[in-house]
Design a protein around this ligand. Structure first.
Ligand code: 2P0
Length: 324
């Protein structure tokens, strides 16, 4: 039997950057995200795979390749899962992203969410949503958020887990993802945020001010107040990138196209269009608006030279898992 899990990436509006425990994969700050449709990770996992069990190691293939960094992270997660659940078998894992991997598009979030769901399903275990979200977090902190559709909060406290704030159909939003480079980034999130925690002089202020930002975002989402959500989304993005840039020798994820998009979105906002943007650990800009403004926003982005392509998405739903 093979378990097949399908998970969407998510985009943080109030960002996560930094851990309070690396070993336990516990975040130093809570975060709030939206799950996006239009991009999907599909992961197939089998615990009784003959090849893996003859060789005595997990077989891990991501987008047709077995890259040592990805195999290492997934195998470490599988070992911990095996130990905790008294599983003696090795797994074969095959995962495909229908969007660029390792380019700031949250492929590790959808990837570990799908891995956790498939691992439980193929072992015929039925975890609670909280348990599942904690296991996804142990692979990649942001993966805890990709189990849920719509608007999601990941809590800092305790054995951090994520819950849904609003379902995707309760407040539909449109997302235009401006791809300004599909290359893999030089510095991954995990090592980048570790360096920030160790060396950025503003890291303490970043952690301290997070609760207020989370509260503002919670209020904006509860009231479906787009303007309020837009302001806090931009503020959180710029604060996180300030921390990154002030992390010696300077973590600069932006390229020229990134700035072109930021300026165009700010221009739209000055014209009264309800739109906002956010940027993760890569140069892509995620431009978010209410559906009635979507055409205008898309038209305003279309002629920018720095954009390789635009991906149009809406809000995505919960993870789906089946056994075949
Ligand atoms: C976020 N990012 O909140 C932030 C914003 C990137 C920038 O979560 O080390 O892949 O596996 O926990 O979850 C990317 O970090 O890093 C991320 P690990 P993860 O979406």
């Amino acid at each position: 039997m093979v378990a097949v899990a399908k998970a969407h990436p998510n985009i943080a509006l109030v960002k996560y950057w930094g851990k309070r425990s690396e070993a336990e994969m516990l975040p130093d700050v809570g975060s709030i995200s939206i799950t996006v449709s239009g991009m999907l990770t599909t992961t197939k996992l089998a615990w009784d795979d003959p090849e893996a069990n003859t060789d005595g190691r997990d077989v891990v293939i991501v987008n047709g390749e077995s890259r040592p960094d990805e195999v290492g992270k997934v195998s470490a997660w599988l070992s911990r899962f095996r130990e905790h659940n008294n599983i003696s078998q090795f797994a074969r894992v095959e995962s495909i992203n229908d969007f660029p991997t390792g380019a700031g598009l949250a492929s590790s979030a959808s990837g570990f969410a799908a891995l956790a769901a498939a691992a439980f399903a193929d072992a015929e275990l039925s975890p609670t949503r909280e348990e599942l979200s904690r296991w996804a977090r142990r692979g990649s902190v942001s993966a805890a958020r990709s189990l849920h559709g719509g608007f999601v909060e990941l809590f800092r406290e305790g054995d951090s887990h994520a819950t849904q704030i609003l379902a995707e159909d309760e407040w539909p939003l449109d997302v235009h993802i401006a791809i300004t480079s599909s290359l893999r980034k030089d510095v991954g999130s995990t090592s980048g945020m570790k360096t920030s925690a160790e060396r950025c002089p503003y890291y303490g202020a970043w952690v301290e001010s997070q609760e207020a930002d989370l509260q503002t975002a919670r209020e904006a989402i509860a009231a479906k107040d787009f303007e309020k959500l837009a302001v806090i989304t931009e503020e959180s993005c710029l604060k996180m990138h300030s921390v990154m840039m002030a992390t010696p020798p300077g973590l600069i994820y932006w390229n020229a196209g990134t700035l072109e998009v930021v300026h165009r979105v700010r221009e739209l906002r000055r014209q009264g269009v309800g739109v906002t943007y956010t940027i993760d650990a890569g140069p892509q800009v995620k431009v978010i608006c209410e559906p009635q403004n979507s055409e205008r926003v898309k038209d305003a982005l279309n002629d920018l030279k720095g954009i390789e392509r635009l991906i149009h998405a809406g809000l995505g739903g919960d993870i789906e898992v089946t056994r075949q």
